[in-house]
Write a protein that binds this ligand. Sequence first.
Ligand code: ZN
Length: 277
Amino acid sequence: MKLKTFTIALISSVLLSACSSKQPDVTLHVFNCGNVEVRDISIFSPGVDEGETKHLTNSCYLIQHNKGSMIWDTGLADALGSEGAEAFGGKLKLTVTHPLSDQLAAININPEDINFIGISHFHGDHTGNANLFGNASLLIQQAEYDAAFGEDPTKFGFNPPSYAQLDKSKIKVLNGDHDVFGDGKVVIKSAPGHTPGHQVLFLNLEETGPVVLSGDLYHFTKNREHRRVPSFNFDKEQTLAAMEVIEQFTDAKGAQFWIQHDKEQNQTIKHSPEFYQ
Ligand SMILES: [Zn+2]
């Protein structure tokens, strides 16, 4: 090979590898997956702000890793639409203004191609669109599995038809923390109490840094500041213990802490089609 040709080949291969090494290992899309008007916020903070209305958001997330993809929470059912429905004896009004299926289509994602479905817990505002992900492997704690697929899921506030299409043969039952892709970048952390097997998700993003997607450990910032436990939690003591563990973990990692239902915080976070990496 002549020197000039060799030099050009060398430069192009260096450029190519520089480009390919720029591909992030992990990206994160955030979706609005519904709106929750709470007509008495004290159901989330017993004895505090009784009768006051507060607006919460509802979030889902797509994590794309070079070894596969995962949806984290699936929101309120797209079918609710903007008309919505009441819940919790009329204390909640639930609406969906941005269907998850449309938001995925807008970034060319077919839900049937998603590899993993991680659900923080099985309340209906997190399993609403689970049936879109029938091909994915569900990552669920043993205690949540026992409640969701046991004799009476409704007594835990779960809605079995909303997750009936999940492929039961692909379910992976967890007992504690789970490193989804084996490199510490996407890790499920057990945080029980809100429901029997509630869990949160830790992400270690190259540019953004570490982030905790905190499920329903808290529903809004003031509850985090005071560590208040909603009246309808499965186990109050377990919840307080999980809060302590996850707060210490978050501190140790220097992670951002994202409260999935906090409307004000979510207004400061980029939503799809923009993404974090
Ligand atoms: Zn929720």
